[in-house]
Write a protein that binds this ligand. Structure first.
Ligand code: KG4
Ligand code: ZN
Length: 329
């Protein structure tokens, strides 16, 4: 069985998976609450919190799976990209476990992990497919030709989609993380009330841009007094969320069309968004294209997705893995 560890941002995660990585037996996520008061993730706080929590999270992952370290055959860990201090905590712990238990260590790319969550959602899924990763740090489209071969088709030129949602939520005085907070505030709101720009609409490329959206929200807010702001909040939240969804949806469909893809995968924290999921489901049904969007808890950061990517990453044995390093990019 695979023991997987993920500490690239503000979630301390461990999971146990079957050896082929297509089924998780446990998936423990401890979301650090320390960052809420700062309105964003503070890297040094994240590293310390990982250090304090990781042992307990690994123990829980083993016990939830009804197993122990003796049954584990490899340790998988996120090595990049992410917050360097946060990644280092996971990598050091994984090295220690691999050494103590005489196990191979599998370095996993976090983005490949997000895509691999789709293999847990649909264990029979095989490439080729087109994948959209939309998270707090990344927004990109890939053509996945083999599990370990992701060809970049387009990416954001500025903010990530999750970042745009987080910043928008912050401007509206909502909580962090912004994605779920915006969705909650948008309940009952009219998504067509405000016109937010969708960038790079006309251009025949697959890149994204979300910075104009933020500026547009700023100007709309400046025109409102406090009372109007309270009344308009659901409509502003709904319209803003709809603009982000529109951009993601439009580019993903275009990528699938240009690549003549018969399957699409949507991954990353923003793929937990209900509006995006529903809209894509309807469209793919009409187009006859297979759509795989993992359950929301497999879209946001977790270790099961890292374990799911492990069979496609090259394992390192002792003493080679001692030289393995985390990387921020
Ligand atoms: O993948 P993830 O958990 O961490 C990164 O690798 O960045 O993504 C976090 C991002 C945040 O920006 C958060 O606001 C967004 O995903 N997010 C959502 C939802 N849940 C999380 N965005 C929209 N709707 C959601 N339900
Ligand atoms: Zn992520």
């Amino acid at each position: 069985m695979i023991l997987a560890i993920e500490t690239s941002c503000d979630d301390t995660c461990a999971a146990v998976l079957e050896p082929d990585g297509r089924r998780a037996l446990s998936n423990v996520v401890h979301t650090q609450t320390e960052h809420a008061r700062y309105g964003g993730v503070v890297p040094e706080v994240a590293s310390r919190a990982h250090l304090e929590r990781l042992d307990g999270v690994v123990e829980k992952a083993l016990s939830d799976a009804g197993t122990d370290l003796e049954q584990i055959t490899s340790v998988a860990v996120t090595v990049r990209p992410g917050l360097i201090g946060a990644l280092l905590v996971g990598v050091a712990a994984a090295k220690g476990l691999a050494y103590a238990c005489r196990l191979p260590l599998v370095p996993v790319n976090h983005l490949e992990g997000h895509v691999a969550a789709a293999y847990l959602a649909d264990p029979r899924l095989e490439p080729p497919f087109v994948a959209l990763i939309a998270s707090g740090g990344h927004t990109a489209l890939y053509s996945v030709d083999e599990p370990h071969k992701m060809r970049l088709l387009g990416e954001t030129l500025d903010d990530a989609a999750g970042e745009a949602l987080d910043k928008g939520a912050r401007m509206l005085g909502l909580g962090f993380p912004g994605g779920p907070a915006l969705s909650k505030a948008a309940a009952g709101g009219d998504p067509a009330r405000y016109d937010f720009p969708v960038a790079l609409k006309e251009r025949n490329n697959l890149d994204f841009s979300f910075s104009g959206l933020k500026t547009s929200l700023l100007y709309k807010l400046r025109a409102l007094d406090e009372n109007q702001m309270r009344e308009e909040l659901p409509h502003l939240a709904a319209s803003y969320e709809a603009a982000v969804v529109e951009a993601l949806d439009r580019k993903l469909l275009r990528a699938a069309d240009l690549n003549e893809a018969s399957a699409m995968v949507v991954a990353g924290g923003v793929a937990a968004n209900a509006r995006l999921r529903e809209r894509l489901r309807k469209e793919c049904e009409e187009l006859g294209v297979k759509l795989v969007i993992p359950a929301p808890e497999l879209c946001t950061d977790n270790a099961a997705m890292i374990g799911a990517a492990a069979p496609y990453s090259k394992a390192a044995s002792f003493p080679d893995y001692l030289g393995l390093n985390a990387r921020s990019t």
